[in-house]
Write a protein that binds this ligand. Structure first.
Ligand code: NAD
Ligand code: ZN
Length: 273
């Protein structure tokens, strides 16, 4: 039997299927992965752009570099749409097969595709978070796009840029300061989301591991948690990752091709019943 058919058999007989996704699932939506050739970190090294202290230091040395970083990433994110891989996962959830998506991505594409139960362990680029009370403030794609356009037009002084950036961030009702709700290098993961992820993985008997290199900790430890509790793992990736040794099935290929293939085979089996 082909690997795809065997994987489908596993999915069908499982009671609690969970997906764990990484940057690879969004590659076909035009969002480059971080690692590897052409990855974003090649252009924007984490030592200069990977967290808030590094970004602050880079900003004071060369504000335009930070503006370029945010506007480039912002343009990429706001131009992206869910691809067939995201859409197939949403359909699997609608059919009651997929129970949750745990994602390391910050691009909101799973929600845009229609998934309702999305656990974001690295935050979301369309959200501000209050540093004092933790309250969240959601942005629309068009809001982010407007900010990028305005900031691009602001090629004046550092002070002008700081004022402009501050004007985008509405103060929290509690008086606290808001920041982007994404996890930068060296920061803790949001505990509530991590707890939700562990609850899902504790319960899951089949994990779909899609488009992650398994190089970013602690997210990379999640698959072994599921494996230790008896879950089977189906990995989808064009090349082996550092988690492939945990996989029961390795489906080599792009998420946007392999996941729809899985979905279509499931549909055929269901329709033939
Ligand atoms: P990574 O960049 O370390 O690895 C990407 C993985 O995806 C690789 O294993 C690669 O072989 C695979 N891949 C490439 N194209 C693919 C495709 N079409 N289909 C399936 N797989 C494909 O990504 P990571 O493990 O998620 O770690 C990067 C971290 O950076 C993440 O934790 C995330 O927070 C952040 N990030 C997010 C985005 C996003 O939101 N879209 C993009 C880049 C990075
Ligand atoms: Zn607050």
């Amino acid at each position: 039997m082909q690997k795809i058919d065997l994987s489908v058999q596993e999915i069908i007989k499982s009671k609690w299927v969970v997906a764990l996704t990484g940057a690879g699932i969004s590659a076909e939506s035009g969002i480059p992965t971080f690692r590897g050739k052409g990855g974003l970190w090649e252009k924007y090294p984490p030592s200069l752009f990977g967290n808030i202290p590094a970004l602050t230091a880079t900003f004071f040395l060369n504000p335009q570099k930070v503006v370029n970083f945010f506007t480039e990433i912002g343009e990429i994110l706001t131009s992206a749409c869910p691809n067939p891989g995201h859409l197939a996962l949403a359909e699997l959830e609608r059919r009651g097969i997929l129970k949750a998506v745990i994602t390391q991505n910050i691009d909101n594409l799973h929600q845009e595709a229609g998934n309702k139960r999305v656990i974001e362990v690295h935050g979301n680029a369309y959200r501000w978070r209050c540093s004092s009370c933790g309250g969240k403030y959601f942005l629309e794609k068009k809001d982010l796009r407007r900010m990028i356009e305005e900031i691009q037009g602001e090629r004046t002084s550092r002070l002008g840029l700081i004022r402009k950036i501050k004007s985008f961030i509405p103060p929290c009702e509690c008086g606290g300061r808001r920041r982007l709700d994404v996890v930068f290098f060296g920061e803790f993961l949001p505990q509530k989301e991590i707890n939700k992820a562990y609850r899902q993985l504790d319960r899951c008997d089949l994990l779909l591991l899609i488009g992650t290199s398994g190089m970013v900790n602690p997210a990379a430890t999640l698959p072994s948690f599921a494996k230790e509790r008896g879950a089977k793992i189906i990995e989808v990736n064009p090349s082996p990752s550092s988690l492939t040794h945990l996989s029961d099935y390795f489906l080599r290929g792009k998420a946007g091709e392999v996941i729809p293939q899985l979905l279509n085979t499931i549909k055929e089996i269901e329709e033939a019943k």
